[in-house]
Design a protein around this ligand. Structure first.
Ligand SMILES: NC(=O)c1ccc[n+]([C@@H]2O[C@H](COP(=O)([O-])OP(=O)(O)OC[C@H]3O[C@@H](n4cnc5c(N)ncnc54)[C@H](OP(=O)(O)O)[C@@H]3O)[C@@H](O)[C@H]2O)c1
Length: 315
């Protein structure tokens, strides 16, 4: 089968499109999926580069986590899926999968679920990590409620664009930070206030917010404390709680590590199938053009997700 692999960590040039990779073997709790589409997440280039916390041990390694496709085979202990099922999931190698950027993937049953009916294979592939990150953050960590005010950073990104739509469904008042060219996009998907982060300071505009969902980190995270009301909450995808700021502003700070399990994938499917959430696919690349896809994802502005496809796909 054809797959995208690395033999060492490094820049885009370390990525190789291989023609004759053996199909992955599944264990009792995995499914083998004929992959139709995949999407790129920041963790894929962090892993390719071998950044701290994202190092592989045995090479070659197949890159990628997010995928959609059709179940080809199931392990002996698998009960929730069967051959022929259209699915989506997360098969990152550091998560126990065989790597998604490949024509076939071995994915843990617990990280795989039926794909939304209301989504194409391309759209379904755009969802697993970002969509479950948004579900976990808003429903389980922040627990956003009707009428509350939330600031969502990076509103046109993979996570931010899904988070805005979930927060809108929950009835929240939503402010978001984006580049100027994304202002009308985030307003269309549900933001009440859109702030151009390159020319405006959100902490000089917003006050007394109930919650912040931080998908950016760094000084954006630090300045976010200032806009929270007492007792408010900030959840970050990148930063550990800053205790000094927690005490100074009398707020709660949370740090999220996303687990893309089938409970959250099923919840995401409900949002998509009800029409409340729509994934945004920015561009689709053929799998063999993976280097160009990484270059585009890492160096050019993308809105929503960058998707890859195999020759298995027809929609
Ligand atoms: N902890 C976990 O388990 C976990 C899980 C998933 C993801 N993450 C991390 O979460 C982060 C976001 O992921 P993603 O998939 O949403 O990435 P993404 O699709 O690349 O989106 C990031 C967004 O942030 C925007 N942005 C950049 N700098 C900004 C700033 N200073 N202020 C406001 N917005 C800014 C970008 O806009 P422009 O393009 O216009 O600059 C882009 O739209 C990544 O670092 C990722 O590694 C963590």
């Amino acid at each position: 089968m054809r797959a995208v692999q690395i033999k060492k960590h490094g820049a885009t040039e370390t990525v190789e499109f291989m023609e004759n990779v053996p199909e992955p073997q599944i264990n009792d709790t995995q499914v083998l999926v004929a992959v139709h589409a995949m999407s790129i997440n920041p963790v894929d280039y962090k892993f390719r580069q071998g950044m701290a916390g994202f190092k592989g041990e045995k090479f070659p390694l197949t890159l990628g986590g997010d995928f959609s496709g059709v179940v080809a085979q199931i392990g002996n202990a698998v009960t929730t899926l069967k051959p022929g099922d259209p699915v989506y999931g997360y098969a990152f190698v550091l998560n126990g999968g065989s790597g998604a950027f490949s024509e076939f993937v071995a994915s843990n049953e617990k990280n795989t679920a039926m794909k939304p009916v209301n989504a194409t294979f391309y759209e379904a592939a755009a969802l697993p990590l970002t969509g479950t990150s948004a579900v976990q953050s808003l429903e389980e960590m922040i627990k956003i409620k009707n009428g509350q005010k939330i600031l969502i950073h990076g509103g046109a990104g993979g996570i931010g664009s899904i988070a805005i739509q979930i927060a809108r469904k929950k009835g929240a008042f939503i402010a978001t930070t984006v580049s100027a060219k994304d202002i009308s996009f985030v307003k269309e998907i549900g933001a009440d206030i859109a702030i151009d982060y390159k020319t405006q300071r959100f902490d000089e505009i917003l006050r007394d917010y109930d919650a912040v969902f931080d998908t950016v980190g760094g000084e954006t995270y630090l300045r976010s404390f200032n806009i929270l009301k007492k007792g408010g909450v900030i959840n970050s995808m990148l930063e550990s709680p800053d205790e000094k700021l927690v005490n100074k502003y009398d707020v709660r700070a949370l740090s999220q590590f996303t687990i893309t399990n089938n409970v959250r994938l099923d919840r995401l499917k409900e949002y998509v199938d009800s029409g409340d959430v729509k994934p945004y696919v920015d561009r689709i690349f053929d799998l063999e053009n993976i280097r160009e896809a990484f270059r585009y994802f890492e160096t050019e502005h993308h809105r929503g997700k960058v998707v890859l496809r195999t020759q298995n796909v027809n929609s």
